[in-house]
Design a protein around this ligand. Structure first.
Ligand code: SAH
Length: 207
């Protein structure tokens, strides 16, 4: 119910067109996903640092990406770039199971701890190079990549179910948030949701 949403999410819902279920899923204590203390306005509006030079996406971007992905009614989602775990938490509230891959071990461990503290358990986390996807559990109904690259890693299209959607920021200097649809026959089509600014997708794992 829109009336139950906190003011920052009500305002977000007035500024962009997204399903109410997405706004409800975003009603999480955002301050718990960042290490340092930020004031409420900053938390509500901006991308925030989460350590190791990485950022938690701004709420309007989380809302748009989640809303776009939910159009294919996914039950099983692969997320590349766990980061703070905020986007993971939002997805966990909307789908049955989230498989999330992060290349930085310390960031991954922090995110798992945060999700458990919020009593969110319907996810599996892997510390690995997400450009390779997570083959063991493939195929996925939908895939969300929260780091940018010049092209979509081919393994991700391979691990996407026919009829599924993949959303990812594509480009280097100038990035576009792209939604890719894989048809029943395996054909890929693409549309853009506009310009975005994400940290880069980096191949390989690091400790
Ligand atoms: N969705 C996150 C924000 C992600 S920031 C949130 O809600 O907080 C992007 C994340 O992608 C960073 O944590 C970065 O370490 C990770 N990343 C970059 N390249 C990667 C790769 N090849 N595989 C897995 N994770 C990667």
């Amino acid at each position: 119910m829109a009336g139950k949403l906190p003011p920052w999410l009500r305002e977000l819902g007035e500024s962009i067109q997204v399903d109410n279920s997405v706004l409800e899923a975003m009603d999480l204590p955002r301050e718990r996903f960042v290490d340092s203390s930020f004031n409420a306005d900053t938390l509500a509006a901006q991308a925030l640092p989460i350590g190791n030079g990485q950022t938690i996406s701004k709420p309007s971007t989380v809302a748009r990406m989640t809303d776009a992905l939910m159009k294919c009614r996914p039950k099983k989602v692969l997320e590349i770039g766990t980061g703070s775990g905020y986007q993971t938490a939002v997805l966990c509230r909307l789908v049955d199971m989230v498989y999330t891959v992060e290349r930085l071990r310390n960031i991954q461990l922090d995110s798992i701890r945060r999700l458990y503290r919020l009593e969110i358990y319907n996810f599996k986390a892997l510390c690995a190079d997400g450009t390779l996807g997570w083959k063991t559990n493939a195929p996925y109904d939908a895939i969300m990549v929260t780091a940018a690259a010049q092209t979509v890693p081919p393994a991700l299209f391979e691990q996407l179910s026919p009829g599924g959607l993949l959303i990812m920021p594509v480009g280097e200097q100038h990035q576009e948030l792209c939604v890719f649809n894989k048809s029943e026959s395996g054909e890929i089509t693409r549309r853009s949701l506009g310009s975005v600014n994400f940290v880069p997708l980096i191949a390989g794992v690091s400790d």
